[in-house]
Design a protein around this ligand. Structure first.
Ligand code: ADP
Length: 290
């Protein structure tokens, strides 16, 4: 089977306003910059994998609005297959409204169309899931959808990766279908403290920023160091990592090989600002690793 990777997850437009000062209630202030950036963990991770050369399908939803068109177009321009990116009516595209103010960043996420990625919709994409050898998900779409997709993917023989962000308790009914869980350090703490079902160690792969990655093999803890770089913007490092990890696993690499490669991709991604703009191409990774 040709390696094929499917990402099931969120697609958002990030709306970033920069201001000297955040307004108080009832107050208006002048900002000094505004920009829009395609984002959403699902889309970021799909773009990460696709730029590295993975045949990547995206399953998700956008609104029937200008953002929706732009978001879908951006995925396509990055080589992601968007046949299963559904434009929904009467619901806006997902957005993240971000107020950047010196040392005081505030974010409002409106899931919008991402909430219409329902288990029924996933059922209609069953073929894609069954024909994928790796399926990668996050938690920015409804949990019952993630569970449904994980089940279909696992039944079809895929390796199922869950990046548990934003963090919430993971029920056993979901974990039973998941092979690898990739929290960052703080998500790992929450998971280990609050999940009703303890996560089997051999499913865990914990990303620790500049310290690299902890994972388990045959019951033994293993550590793979990160690459030493001077980061410019670490936003989206986890997304870069997860897309790259999924890509390498879909090619049949071992966990260790996949993590080493994903560390390189994530290190390159922190050298540029922006979650998607900073994602490296296969050629850039090759040069970095030479
Ligand atoms: P998240 O972005 O989800 O919080 P992490 O901060 O753990 O996740 O970063 C994910 C991966 O990105 C790390 O495992 C590492 O490979 C890479 N990374 C992140 N920050 C740095 C850094 N400062 N230097 C080198 N690599 C980094």
């Amino acid at each position: 089977m040709t390696p094929s990777l499917t990402v099931v997850g969120s697609i958002n437009m990030d709306l970033v306003t920069s201001t000297e000062r955040v307004p108080n209630q009832g107050e208006t202030v002048l900002g000094y910059d505004f920009a829009t950036y395609p984002g959403g963990k699902g889309a970021n991770q799909a773009v990460s994998a696709s730029r590295l050369g993975a045949k990547t399908n995206m399953i998700g939803a956008v609104g029937s609005d200008a953002f929706g068109q732009e978001l879908t177009e951006t995925l396509r321009e990055n080589g992601v297959v968007t046949e299963n990116v559904k434009p929904v009516t009467d619901i806006p595209s997902g957005t993240a409204t971000i107020i950047l103010s010196d040392g005081d960043n505030r974010i409002i996420v409106n899931p919008g169309a991402n909430h219409s990625v329902t288990p029924d919709y996933i059922e209609s994409c069953a073929e894609v899931l069954r024909s994928s050898n790796v399926v990668l998900m996050q938690l920015e779409i409804p949990l019952e959808t993630v569970e449904k997709a994980a089940k279909l993917a696992k039944e079809g023989g895929a390796t199922v990766i869950l990046n548990p962000a934003p963090i919430q308790a993971l029920p056993k009914s979901l974990l039973q279908w998941v092979d690898i869980v990739t929290p960052n350090e703080s998500e790992a703490k929450t998971l280990l403290n609050h999940s009703p079902q303890p996560i089997l160690e051999d499913k865990l792969m914990i990303t620790k920023g500049s310290e690299g990655v902890l994972f388990y093999e045959n019951g033994k803890e293993r550590h793979i160091p990160a690459y030493h770089v001077e980061p410019v913007d670490t936003t989206g490092a986890g997304d870069a990592f997860n897309g790259a990890l999924a890509f390498k696993l879909s090619e049949g690499c071992t966990k260790q090989e996949a993590i080493s490669y994903a560390n390189a991709v994530a290190a390159l991604s922190v050298l540029k600002s922006g979650a998607q703009t900073g994602l490296p191409t296969q050629a850039e990774v090759q040069v970095f690793l030479e």
